[in-house]
Design a binder for this molecule. Structure first.
Ligand SMILES: [Zn+2]
Length: 213
């Protein structure tokens, strides 16, 4: 383990703890990873974040071989496949956060009910179809739902957020959860007005020009 990896391991543990602190995850649900040369580092399977130490973080090679004292998160496949499909992504967080998961349990994508949906990279945040956790099928669905997007929901499961850093991926997950809550609230009293594609194109262009909020 080189020094860079050691720092990254600490950053992964800190990110996982932050996910608990901001209410994105509870107990052992959810996981965090960061790209390294030839693969990625990911949180271990079935270990509570509070009990996870930097040395518990597992190195997984792009061929799926794991190195470490612990087993990698059961969702290591979608982490591997997202890194393979998306060269710009260097960090991934996965959460079973309450509002995103509520919508995911209804199989609902989040449409352009609010302009901030553009943080996900497009005019909606798609919900990937259901498949059993940890399977290649789930990974394939996730990669497809993430096409031209930085976040997606997973039906009857949770959400995934991508970033060019752990801080970015975490910030996006927080934003997606906020959008999911706002959409959920709006649905309680009616059918939200959706922004037209032409307006979302303007917003997406502004996001590209001025950077993230
Ligand atoms: Zn999960």
């Amino acid at each position: 383990m080189d020094e860079d990896d050691a720092l990254l391991r600490e950053d992964i543990v800190a990110t996982a703890l932050r996910m608990i602190a901001v209410g994105l995850n509870r107990g052992t649900s959810g996981n965090v990873s960061a790209r390294i040369a030839g693969g990625f580092l990911v949180t271990p399977s079935g270990l509570a974040c509070e009990a996870t130490r930097p040395e518990d973080i597992v190195a997984v090679a792009q061929d799926g071989t794991a190195r470490g004292a612990r087993l990698p998160s059961s969702e290591w496949r979608f982490h591997r496949d997202i890194y393979a499909a998306r060269p710009e992504v260097t960090a991934i967080v996965h959460a079973h956060s309450p509002f995103a998961t509520t919508l995911a349990c209804l199989g609902r994508s989040i449409p352009a009910f609010h302009y901030m949906i553009a943080v996900g990279g497009g005019n909606d945040i798609r919900c990937a179809p259901y498949a059993t956790f940890g399977t290649q099928e789930l990974s394939d669905y996730a990669v497809t739902a993430l096409e031209a997007r930085k976040a997606c929901l997973l039906a009857n499961h949770g959400m995934i957020a991508l970033g060019a850093s752990l801080a970015q991926a975490l910030a996006l997950a927080v934003e997606v959860e906020a959008l999911a809550e706002q959409y959920w609230r709006a649905l309680q009293i009616g059918e939200p007005n959706l922004l037209p594609d032409a307006e979302m194109a303007v917003v997406l262009e502004k996001f590209r020009t001025y950077g993230q909020h």
